[in-house]
Write a protein that binds this ligand. Structure first.
Ligand SMILES: [Zn+2]
Length: 781
């Protein structure tokens, strides 16, 4: 190829890549900001796997992994030993030469990244006493997963490497599309104390009866997700952002001391072998019970916790189409169960708890589980699994069919209102995670908000259906205002990746769930939102969605362009702050031809063409006077019409001239400034001089031609005494004082603290306690 041609080609390539890159971002040349630009610039291109409507495409595929696992608890040594046979199905169109597994238990290995990078996060959640033990934390040896065997189905050794919390198995032969690979792993690990070691699973020791509650989760080598949009997802687990996994069927044998009670993902296949005759009878009674039945009673649990059996029993579980498996086991657990009818299907709702949680959990837990399934099913899809479990295990964390929660009574059996509400909130939240992300299999390690934001949103709806006065911590728009008021450098986009999110609670839980509430209450309305959200859940149940799939489905199903909202609320950090800068009041005078309260206007300067025309000659309107109308005679009476011409229909403008029906009307011209940067529909509450009120909602399109300022005229019969923006605090506007006319003085922070609350003390103290309770939960739910 000649040199010149090479150069030309080079220049062309540069140009094309420049243009391509440029088209990926917002248009920097826009002169009225870019909130309304196509979001597609920021999303992956639709394809045959994921369509532009947000639905799975005609060639959508996903992998599958089935597990046959046997584990045995060595209680005296706090060691779990396990072996698993995994069948991995390559449903992708790609040949694979290796597969990746997650070894989350290696999070506890001292060489794991998190022990170098995340200490501040861990320390901030530790008490002073725990902090003094931080040195041993660093020195802890012997934690992490030991792989004792790795073979194919014929017991031939496999080659593998371990990269911290990830393990790659190099396949002996290429795994082609449509093929399956069966392999076997043996492993063991030292179970950590979960209250001081962060992470997820572990044991909690109860000194009063010298027993442990074992919460065994993220414990076995688990297939990482391989998808059309990213290949293998190999981001390390550092204790924060959770996980996504491949769906499959599980068969798990759990061998524990004979006096233990197991609470597990899946359905137990051999209660006959592990329960007493009396317990089995009560379990059968629970199948039709309308109130929770104690399958293992408090008396039995108290009795069992006094001694330790050295015999063993094996509990056998099966779970279909789940993405993970976890269990709890202890001899000190009470167990109650009740059948619930969830959209025509029987689901066994169950709770397991120690004596310290009995006064709360016995009364509430199982009923809250059933309530959660009912409300979530209504907004998504019918709960598909046969059981749903709540275990009191000090820390909130979710697994398929199995939620671990907190909430314990005082020694005398009493409990505070905050403890009760915190418990109800966390049970709804963790059970709710069955839907997001256990079934709608989004990936928190990349998009924290897809798990937590969507779930916190439905948690809020469920809490409010439990009790309309439930002091929900997150959800209503005004509750995110404090966060949105933070300085710019303290705010981060919701779309920030996994562990890079600094304010997880306020951002991934709070701001994301608030955004969905604003969409539901203010932008789409409940009917359209509920339809679209249910469609998203239905489309992506038992599949792997991305944020683009959610954004696109919500637009496609609601028929509303929401690009501005996703761009501003999810990709951006600007707060909402619409100020009402000026209110002008106009009236027509009695003759209907002039305007009384107009600002002084000038005459139009005579332009050069007019100046050069002989105005003494006859014009058409002089020759044919039928061309003359109202405006011919009243040339300067038009300014009010110009001000609000967009508001008046054609027949109404004729009315101005012909009937004078506008004479008694009040014209209010409002000017808004978008001070926060995040656009939002202005919501106006008019209070009239007769004391009545009216709320008017202006579409967000008012900002389309100028995102900085917007002016609009409103015509009212009555005279307006005052105006306030966003009267129901539904848009998360961070400054209410600039949205009022006449301008009102806002109470200072000091006044707010000293004023007795009109809403009632319970409400506000509940909020604070809820907030504390949610902050206390470790490291995240
Ligand atoms: Zn959560």
């Amino acid at each position: 190829m000649p040199n010149l041609m090479k150069k030309l080609l080079f220049v062309t390539v540069i140009l094309i890549s420049f243009l391509t890159t440029n088209s990926q971002s917002s248009n920097p040349f826009s002169n009225h900001a870019n909130s309304f630009e196509e979001l597609n610039y920021l999303l992956a291109t639709p394809n045959e796997y994921r369509t532009a409507s947000g639905a799975p495409g005609p060639k959508y595929w996903q992998q599958r992994a089935d597990y046959d696992i046997s584990v045995e608890l060595d209680e005296p040594n706090n060691v779990l030993k396990g072996s698993e046979t995994v069948t991995y199905f390559n449903n992708s169109p790609n040949p694979l030469s290796y597969i990746w597994l997650q070894l989350d238990e290696n999070f506890h290995n001292p060489s794991s990244d998190n022990n170098y990078t995340n200490t501040s996060r861990i320390e901030s959640r530790m008490t002073d006493a725990q902090l003094t033990n931080l040195e041993p934390w660093r020195k802890l040896q012997g934690y992490g997963l030991n792989i004792t065997a790795a073979t194919d189905a014929a017991f031939r050794p496999l080659k593998y490497t371990i990269n911290q919390t990830m393990m790659r198995i190099n396949l002996p032969t290429t795994l082609n599309p449509g093929q399956r690979f069966v392999f076997k792993l043996g492993w063991n690990y030292k179970i950590p104390d979960k209250l001081t070691r962060s992470g997820r699973g572990g044991y909690e020791h109860f000194a009063e009866d010298d027993n442990n509650l074992y919460s065994i989760s993220q414990f076995y080598p688990r297939l990482a997700v391989y998808t059309d949009f990213q290949g293998w997802q190999t981001i390390q687990f550092t204790g924060g952002a959770e996980f996504a996994l491949t769906f499959g069927n599980f068969k798990v044998n759990i061998t524990v001391p004979a006096d233990h009670i197991v609470a597990s993902t899946g359905e137990c296949r051999n209660y006959r072998n592990v329960l007493t005759a009396a317990q089995l009878t009560r379990w059968q009674q629970a199948q039709t019970a309308k109130e929770p039945v104690e399958v293992v009673t408090l008396a039995e649990a108290l009795q069992a916790s006094k001694t330790k059996s050295t015999a063993k029993k094996t509990w056998t579980y099966e779970a279909e189409n789940v993405r993970d498996f976890a269990f709890n086991t202890s001899r000190r657990l009470v167990w109650d169960a009740m059948a619930a009818n969830i959209e025509g299907k029987k689901v066994m709702c169950m709770s397991y708890y120690g004596m310290e949680a009995y006064p709360l959990y016995r009364k509430y837990s199982t009923k809250v589980v059933a309530h959660t399934l009912k409300v979530y099913s209504k907004h998504t899809f019918s709960y598909p699994y046969p059981v749903a479990i709540s275990v009191e295990a000090a820390i909130g964390m979710e697994y398929p069919m199995l939620a671990m929660n907190f909430g314990r009574a005082a020694k005398d059996g009493t409990y505070s209102e905050a403890t009760k509400n915190g418990m109800i909130g966390v049970i709804i939240h963790e059970v709710g995670h069955n839907y997001f992300p256990m079934i709608v299999n989004s990936d928190e390690r990349q998009y924290w908000w897809m798990d937590e934001g969507l779930n916190s949103f439905l948690q809020f709806l469920t809490e409010q259906e439990f009790d309309i006065n439930f002091p929900s911590g997150r959800g209503p728009a005004h509750k995110i205002v404090e966060y949105m008021r933070l300085p710019k450098d303290k705010l981060e986009p919701i779309m920030t990746k996994g562990d890079a999110v600094a304010s997880v609670g306020s951002n991934a839980y709070g701001k994301a769930s608030t955004g969905l509430n604003i969409l539901r209450e203010t932008i789409l309305g409940r009917q359209e939102f509920d339809h679209a959200f249910k469609e998203y859940a239905r489309r992506w149940a038992f599949k792997h969605p991305t944020p683009a799939d959610l954004f696109r489905t919500m637009e496609d199903a609601s028929g509303t362009d929401l690009d501005w909202f996703w761009r501003g609320w999810f990709f951006g950090t600007n707060p909402v702050d619409i100020s009402l800068d000026s209110v002008k009041w106009f009236k027509l005078n009695k003759s209907g031809v002039a305007v009384t309260q107009l600002p002084a206007g000038g005459f139009e300067p005579i332009h050069i063409i007019k100046n050069r025309t002989d105005t003494s000659r006859k014009f058409y309107t002089d020759i044919d006077t039928s061309l003359r109308d109202y405006y011919y005679y009243h040339r300067n009476a038009d300014s009010i019409y110009n001000e609000q011409s967009r508001n008046l229909k054609a027949n109404e403008t004729a009315d101005i001239a012909n009937e004078g029906k506008w004479i008694n009307k009040n014209f209010y011209q409002l000017t808004f400034t978008n001070k926060g940067g995040m656009i939002m529909p202005p919501i106006i509450e008019w209070t009239y001089t007769d004391g009545t009120k009216e709320v008017e909602r202006v579409p967000v399109r008012i900002w389309m031609l100028s995102e900085q300022q917007a002016t609009k005229v409103f015509i009212k019969d009555k005279q307006v005494a005052s105006i306030s923006l966003d009267p129901f605090r539904e848009t998360a506007d961070i400054n209410e004082s600039n949205g009022m006319w006449p301008v009102k003085e806002m109470p200072s922070r000091f006044q707010l603290f000293t004023q007795p609350s009109a809403a009632g003390r319970g409400q506000s103290s509940g909020d604070n306690s809820m907030h504390r309770a949610l902050q206390q939960k470790k490291p995240d739910q």
